[in-house]
Design a protein around this ligand. Structure first.
Ligand code: C2E
Ligand code: MG
Ligand code: MG
Length: 273
């Protein structure tokens, strides 16, 4: 009985979130925050990742991962991705007018990566905003690409053909077959936070991260270390991995567009906190 009540409660909460999410998507009042990515050698920010945010001051609290997963399950992922792309492009246009030029990473779900019309939609959106697709990078997890579906491969190549960049997100945590590394045109690998967290204490994490970096270097892919949170994690990266891009709360958490602009206006370099 307790389990049944729990399941009912859960179903009711999910229904409430889904209704609210549909409303927010319809009225465009979700937010997109941006987390800077920093060049290890220069401390300069050259790119950022777009991350969806539930509206502040809303009585429900819904995590970004849950927003993405509900959208994926309930047929709203196309709308969410379009909202994020349009928000990013509008923001890039405003930033460029203020002298800020950032490449922006956008997370893609497996379903979007399977959509044969997706690259054309991206090209159309870029044309509408008069912006170059080369300043957009799409992040896919291994689980989205490892099935090696024809539609995904075509979608990746189509995105690359219009000039977008492609990244493998959370690298090392999904089902890795590695064959996709030579069938898909990736530009970047993002090393998952779980390996970064292990760097100070675990020799095995250091070995894995070093192997990923060797792989990235051999394949001429950029490497991004994700979720750097602590000074000792950063110290290990500095000692062992001189050639990578940094993303994590130690340098800067995800910020609203206005806060990021203000931060970049003060200084375009980011130091560990
Ligand atoms: P992700 O793409 O791997 O994004 C990185 C996550 O790591 C973000 O969580 C970011 O806030 C978090 N992070 C960055 N630095 C640190 C750190 O130093 N410490 C800790 N603890 N966390 C850090 P967030 O924003 O909660 O997003 C979670 C996931 O939700 C994302 O993981 C991505 O898979 C998904 N997601 C977010 N926005 C979107 C979106 O617009 N579309 C889709 N399809 N998925 C999205
Ligand atoms: Mg990501
Ligand atoms: Mg990630």
């Amino acid at each position: 009985l307790v389990q049944c009540i729990g399941a009912d409660d859960n179903a009711a909460r999910m229904a409430e979130i889904e209704t609210a999410l549909r409303r927010h998507l319809f009225s465009n009042d979700l937010e997109v925050h941006f987390q800077p990515q920093i060049d290890l050698a220069t401390n300069q920010c050259h790119a950022a990742e777009a991350l969806i945010r539930w509206p502040r001051n809303h009585p429900l609290q819904v995590s970004p991962a849950m927003i993405a997963s509900i959208c994926d399950d309930r047929g709203m992922i196309g709308q969410l991705t379009q909202f994020v792309i349009n928000t990013v492009l509008r923001q890039q246009m405003m930033w460029q007018a203020q002298g800020i030029d950032l490449s922006i990473g956008i997370n893609l779900s497996a379903k979007t990566a399977n959509d044969p019309g997706f690259a054309a939609q991206v090209a159309q959106a870029c044309e509408t905003w008069s912006l170059s697709p080369t300043r957009l990078l799409f992040e896919l997890t291994e689980d989205s690409i490892v099935r090696n579906e024809r539609a995904t491969i075509e979608c990746m190549h189509a995105l690359r053909n219009i000039g977008c960049e492609l990244s493998i997100d959370d690298f090392g945590t999904g089902y890795s077959s590695l064959t996709y590394l030579h069938t898909l045109p990736f530009d970047e690998i993002k090393i998952d936070r779980s390996f970064i967290q292990g760097l100070p204490q675990q020799a095995v994490s250091r070995a894995i991260v070093n192997a990923i970096l060797a792989l990235a270097s051999g394949l001429k892919l950029e490497a991004v270390a994700e979720g750097i949170e602590r000074p000792d994690e950063f110290a290990c990266i500095q000692q062992n991995l001189p050639d990578c891009t940094l993303q994590g709360n130690l340098f800067c958490p995800p910020l609203s567009a206005a806060d990021l602009r203000a931060r970049l206006h003060t200084d375009t370099r980011f130091q560990p906190a």
